[in-house]
Design a protein around this ligand. Structure first.
Ligand code: PGA
Length: 264
């Protein structure tokens, strides 16, 4: 079974020089045995996207963006925005959408995310769609209700899609409890497994092609806890923030998933 380990670099690193160093270190340290059982991807900030996509072209590491414009899939008068077509043109073939930091700081809501996902899929980009509950919602045991509401973006996009065959290959869901992101706090593997099982069931109820969607866990994943998450049958990989900024920790997480999933 193939797993995914995706590095969300957020607004890091500070310089092109540091980006180059990180890419060089990843390529030098990455073992050839990783490729069949764990697919690696990195998502740099827009300023570094084209350079990283070019550097990773013809390597086993994929490149994705962290967002696309909601306003237009191609071009237009949208200052500061970057479209799905422009991302595709860099050679990056994926994008993260709906990250909790976008939801929080940019007030991205259901309608915005439907537009973004439509544009991304229309331009042939794969989408890593992030969902997750806040600490308050977790404490109030509202997690599954919150996720069901957030997943409705996928339900709506699926309903209006001409070609549903793209869904199984072009969609990944990342479950990231907001309270676990960058905090060092993580839910138990049992909690994550129950939540992932629910997400998979919900996706399958939308469309049979979504039944095999990869569901990743994200939020304070590191080299120490990755083997525990990898051991769960319903955790298909990890979306990694902080630990993706060092080649050694990012690759250790990937090795953990490759070791477990490669045997299944
Ligand atoms: P973290 O971030 O690994 O630093 O917690 C994960 C994410 O935000 O995708």
């Amino acid at each position: 079974m193939q797993s995914w380990v995706i590095g969300n670099w957020k607004q890091n690193p500070a310089t092109q020089h540091a980006v180059n160093t990180l890419i060089d270190e990843l390529q030098e340290a990455m073992s050839a045995s990783l490729a069949p059982s764990c697919q690696l991807m990195v998502a740099p900030s827009f300023i570094h996207l084209a350079a990283v996509a070019a550097q990773l072209n013809e390597t086993d590491i994929l490149c994705g963006a962290q967002d696309v414009s909601a306003h237009s899939a191609s071009t237009g008068a949208y200052t500061g925005d970057v479209s799905a077509a422009q991302v595709q043109d860099t050679g990056a073939h994926w994008t993260i959408l709906g990250h909790s930091e976008r939801r929080q700081y940019h007030h991205e809501d259901h309608d915005t995310l439907v537009q973004k996902m439509n544009h991304a899929l229309h331009q042939g980009l794969g989408v890593i769609f992030c969902i997750g509950e806040s600490q308050q919602q977790y404490d109030a045991k509202e997690t599954l209700d919150v996720l069901d509401t957030q997943l409705k973006v996928i339900a709506e996009v699926t309903q209006n899609l001409d070609d549903t065959t793209v869904l199984s290959e072009k969609l990944i869901v990342a479950y990231e409890p907001v309270w676990a992101i960058g905090t060092g706090k993580v839910p138990t593997v049992v909690e994550v497994s129950d939540t992932h099982a629910h997400i998979k069931q919900t996706l399958a109820s939308y469309h049979h092609a979504l039944g095999s969607t990869a569901v990743l866990y994200g939020g304070s994943v590191n080299a120490d806890n990755a083997p525990d998450f990898a051991a769960s049958d319903v955790v298909d990989g990890a979306l990694v923030g902080g630990a993706s900024l060092k080649a050694a920790s990012f690759l250790a997480i990937a090795e953990a998933f490759a070791a477990t999933k490669g045997n299944k």
